[in-house]
Design a protein around this ligand. Structure first.
Ligand SMILES: Nc1ncnc2c1ncn2[C@@H]1O[C@H](COP(=O)(O)OP(=O)(O)OP(=O)(O)O)[C@@H](O)[C@H]1O
Length: 480
């Protein structure tokens, strides 16, 4: 039986189809420097997977079929939150899901065991979905926005929910410039200061329910973190958000708290309904991260006895394996089709969170994300609206993440220039010295490198002779 709440919408969600290009990876350098880390595992390109993976193939083939039975479904509103972290702490070794999220430093979580509530019925099979740690640069975020919005424009009119995006921005506590999505909203308070994750704003200054406030207080939180402060009012206004923030800066609460408020604002559940509808769907790449989010949710839900949280986990550490995304898809499809009541329950989804989605893109999973979104969309009619807000608490460049001096030796002037250009493309703070540069320039750059911190010097062997650079954190020899 369909949720009666779904009756009034006329949205049609566009098909997402563009292929996201694979990106260059500088794994070892980024790991050493504490730059945003990239995965160590080798992932095959996506092209071969589809034919090999029956589950994915069948999901895609079945999209039309699923779409048939959901075509009558309607949704009043649907919010999408895409979260990414600029993970300068988590090393590549953590990609299997045992990332630490700074909880020891700040405490205040884990009081309630994951999945305590709502485990009663239809899931013996728990499977988590969440994207690993470590954000990428703005190109990724832009790609994400492109990915989600590009086909949106084709059906723009059908998406207009009358929300009035500009007004939303204007009304948002004065924190947000009334600007549409042309460029990310950079939250300056957070830039370049690793200890400044807490904002001046207290939770009790925001319009969240008193029960949520009690839970927040019990968790020991008083002030919002920068990303929470920036995203909460926007999401509470019903706006979609694409947020970028460093690891351990409270993104989980940033998406959980407004999600809880959305649930609270939803019409009461029909008591006759056998299975409670799912209002919020959070997709995480690993069971560990899903469990952490669940624990955090339970903390926030302490005084909301009517709202439950359920973690659905399948195989063990499956995501960052070769077919991880396909497995998510397969499980999603499996749950939709075979888990008693799941499809009906998920029809009520009002908030979709793709946590750390940038990693999925970075790893060439764009197609798979599209399919996940398509699969979810089939049942709940969602998309990140084109007038969503992109909130960036990190900003361009990564200079603040590099504190040491890095020396990269290359064999020739050409290779030196190439390596410097590549690092520059990654927004790293880089200088190059080689024989084709004038001596005065080389001397100046040498001096700058000696004096400054947070700089990468790429040099040909020309500067290897007789130079003495103090406190070099890392030396890399490029031998091609
Ligand atoms: N407003 C707050 N005040 C104090 N501590 C907080 C606040 N919000 C979250 N925390 C705590 O900060 C820690 C890190 O938060 P969280 O795990 O949500 O960060 P994150 O940005 O999601 O990290 P990741 O990128 O690893 O997913 C947790 O222990 C959480 O309980």
């Amino acid at each position: 039986k369909a949720d009666p709440r779904m009756k009034n919408s006329s949205r049609v969600v566009p098909i997402l189809s563009r292929i996201f290009p694979h990106r260059l990876r500088y794994h070892s350098l980024s790991t050493k420097l504490g730059f945003p880390n990239l995965p160590t595992r080798q992932f095959s390109t996506r092209s071969g997977l589809r034919s090999e993976d029956g589950a994915l193939k069948s999901l895609i083939d079945d999209e039309t079929e699923i779409s048939d039975w959901v075509s009558g479904l309607k949704s009043d509103s649907f919010q999408t939150c895409l979260y990414s972290s600029d993970d300068d702490k988590a090393g590549s070794e953590n990609w299997d899901g045992d990332r630490h999220r700074g909880k020891d430093e700040r405490g205040g979580q884990g009081r309630v065991s994951p999945g305590k509530r709502w485990r009663e019925s239809d899931s013996d099979d728990y499977s988590s979905m969440r994207g690993g740690g470590g954000g990428r640069d703005d190109r990724l975020m832009k790609s994400f926005r492109d990915l989600i919005s590009e086909e949106y424009s084709e059906e723009e009119d059908e998406y207009d929910d009358g929300g009035g995006g500009g007004d939303v921005l204007k009304n948002a506590s004065g924190l947000f410039p009334a600007k549409r999505e042309a460029s990310p909203l950079v939250v300056p308070g957070s830039l370049g200061r690793s200890d400044s994750y807490l904002s001046e704003t207290r939770f009790d200054q925001c319009s969240v329910s008193s029960s949520s406030l009690k839970g927040i207080k019990d968790a020991g939180y008083e002030h919002m973190t920068v990303v929470q402060e920036a995203t909460l009012p926007v999401i509470l206004k019903g706006k979609d958000v694409l947020a970028k923030a460093k690891t351990g800066t409270g993104k989980t609460v940033a998406f959980l708290l407004p999600s809880i408020e959305v649930v609270l604002k939803s019409p009461p559940i029909d008591r006759d309904q056998k299975r409670s509808p799912i209002f919020v769907l959070i997709i995480c790449p690993t069971r560990e991260l899903a469990s952490q989010a669940t624990a955090e949710a339970n903390t926030l839900l302490k005084y909301h006895p009517s709202i439950g949280v359920q973690v659905v986990i399948g195989g063990r550490d499956f995501l960052w394996s070769r077919n991880g995304c396909q497995q998510i898809l397969a499980r999603l499809k499996d749950h939709i089709e075979n888990t008693a009541g799941f499809a009906t329950r998920v029809m009520g989804v009002k908030v979709l969170v793709l946590d750390e989605a940038d990693h999925l893109l970075d790893m060439g999973f764009r197609r798979d994300i599209e399919h996940i979104i398509a699969a979810v969309r089939q049942i709940c009619h969602i998309a990140l609206k084109r007038d969503h807000e992109f909130i960036d608490t990190i900003g361009q460049g990564t200079e603040e993440t590099l504190t040491g001096r890095v020396l990269v030796f290359c064999t020739t002037a050409m290779v030196t220039r190439l390596v410097a250009d590549l690092l520059g493309e990654l927004n790293l703070n880089v200088r190059d010295i080689h024989s084709r540069k004038p001596q005065s320039y080389r001397t100046r750059i040498s001096d700058e490198f000696r004096k400054s911190k947070g700089l990468i010097l790429v040099t040909s062997d020309v500067s290897a002779h007789g130079v003495d650079y103090p406190e070099v954190t890392l030396v890399i020899q490029v031998s091609c």
